[in-house]
Design a protein. Structure first.
Length: 464
């Protein structure tokens, strides 16, 4: 049997972290078995569903490298299929019309709660006849009243409930709108879904769905419920604990492969391995190694992963990403690619995000207009005098690269009887405006001879 998984987001908001992980697990499971990964847009909530959210969800999946098969299925275009399924259930006696006003059902439920009594809506409670001509009715699925309803979960094991604990399920509201449960099952049958992989908060829904599959005469897919992601307080991850959407991580300077790696490791493991390429994830991912407990969201772990991926990233790619961030800085004239690639090359070791990489590199793109207070103490009259002499040495370096610059500098230090620290830190402040930078010879190379000499001269004029 060819594996078919699906991801079915509702376009009532952007793709959040939990949804991205669900999509990833579906994608990895299908791709690792040569199967199909399908998309379904559950947009039947016409008031809250927005086209911009649908586009953002698709953009998020594409950014994360999750390509899907075929065109996404849109539930808003499948009303006839849901109506036909409801009519089939009515005609076969598996469902019935219920003329009970929704407010009356809610009143009965509320009364039972007040009396601390169990309440399950069953057919004998339903109004069978319309109170007046043309009265709307809901359609309810008849649920068994004896025995158990259950399924074997590929992650959590056997999940079941006493049938008497479940309501007769509303599948079409009194206004004629099909509910999530009916649309979900009908579409999974239509798409040939073999494995439904979703959050553990859907367990109760799945108990209802197995009854609905049987009523429709369809075979139920296999189910796997992923434990939810926990925030710092141990409770379900909220938007306060993580970025509101997957694309916000892009804006904050995370690489997609780092976020994918992080999401995959939220509840899944493969030995002691921490770093995975997408190809490795596809090869190794299996539902049998997904944990049963909530996975803790650790932002520090994500930063560490992102830093690791930045360190190993190609300079040209980092330059392109830096350019995207720097274009929002009006004071910075973004340089040519060659210069950006050099900057990325010497800065990437210490950057945790592309945003950090870009912001910490500002002095490579614009000359410092002032100097950090803690840096000014290094620019003493003696230090500035040494820098003035050192500038003459730099002028004489014909091959202005780090190694020749270092050799010329060592010769200058020997001749001047000056320790490196007495030159390097004042030079660093003059060049960058601060006391922290990559190796000073690499900074000189990237700035270039003319710019480096101009900055040394500027420091002498401002502080001399």
């Amino acid at each position: 049997m060819s594996v078919v998984t699906r991801f079915a987001p509702s376009p009532t908001g952007p793709l959040h972290i939990g949804g991205a992980r669900t999509a990833l697990f579906n994608f990895l499971y299908a791709r690792g078995r040569g199967g199909k990964f399908l998309l379904r847009i559950e947009d039947t909530d016409r008031e809250r569903s927005k086209l911009e959210f649908e586009r953002e969800i698709l953009d998020s999946l594409a950014w994360l490298g999750m390509d899907w098969d075929g065109e996404p299925l849109k539930q808003s275009l499948r009303g006839e299929a849901y109506a036909a399924a409801a009519e089939k259930l009515l005609s076969t006696g598996k469902a019935y019309r219920d003329y009970t006003p929704p407010e009356e059902v809610e009143a009965l439920r509320q009364k039972a709660q007040e009396q601390k009594l169990p309440f399950r809506f069953r057919e004998e409670m339903a109004r069978k006849d319309p109170p007046k001509a043309g009265a709307p009715f809901a359609i309810r699925l008849r649920f068994p009243t004896e025995g158990v309803v259950g399924f074997d979960d590929l992650i959590l094991g056997r999940i079941e409930s006493q049938a008497k604990e479940l309501d007769d399920l509303v599948i079409v509201r009194s206004g004629g709108e099909p509910v999530f449960h009916l649309c979900n099952v009908v579409d999974d049958v239509f798409q040939g879904t073999t494995h439904v992989i979703r959050g553990s908060d859907h367990q109760t829904n799945t108990l209802k769905h197995v009854v609905l599959y049987e009523a429709l005469g369809a075979s139920a897919p296999k189910f796997a419920h992923i434990p939810l992601i926990a925030g710092p307080d141990g409770k379900k991850l909220s938007k306060r604990d993580a970025a509101r959407s997957a694309l916000e991580y892009k804006e904050q300077g995370y690489l997609p492969e780092a976020l994918v790696n992080f999401l995959a490791r939220l509840g899944w493991s493969h030995g002691d391995q921490e770093i995975f390429s997408m190809a490795e994830l596809i090869k190794h991912f299996d539902l049998g190694t997904v944990g049963k407990s909530m996975a803790a969201f650790n932002p520090d772990k994500l930063l560490w992963l992102n830093q690791t991926y930045i360190k190993n990233a190609d300079g040209k790619r980092l330059a392109e990403l830096m350019r995207e961030h720097l274009r929002h800085e009006p004071k910075i004239a973004v340089p040519a690619d060659e210069h950006l690639i050099k900057v990325a090359g010497i800065q990437k070791e210490r950057a945790r995000t592309i945003r950090e990489l870009s912001e910490s590199s500002w002095y490579f793109f614009m000359r410092p207009e002032q100097y950090e207070e803690k840096g000014k103490k290094f620019l003493t009259p003696e230090a500035l005098a040494s820098l003035g002499k050192y500038a003459k040495t730099l002028k004489g370096v014909s091959d202005f690269h780090a190694k020749p610059i270092e050799a010329a500098t060592q010769a200058f230090l020997t001749e001047s009887n000056l320790p490196l620290k007495d030159l390097a830190q004042p030079l660093r402040v003059a060049l960058t405006g601060g006391t922290v930078s990559p190796g000073i010879f690499e900074v000189l190379e990237v700035l270039g001879k003319d710019e480096a000499l101009a900055r040394i001269e500027q420091a002498g004029k401002i502080l001399g």
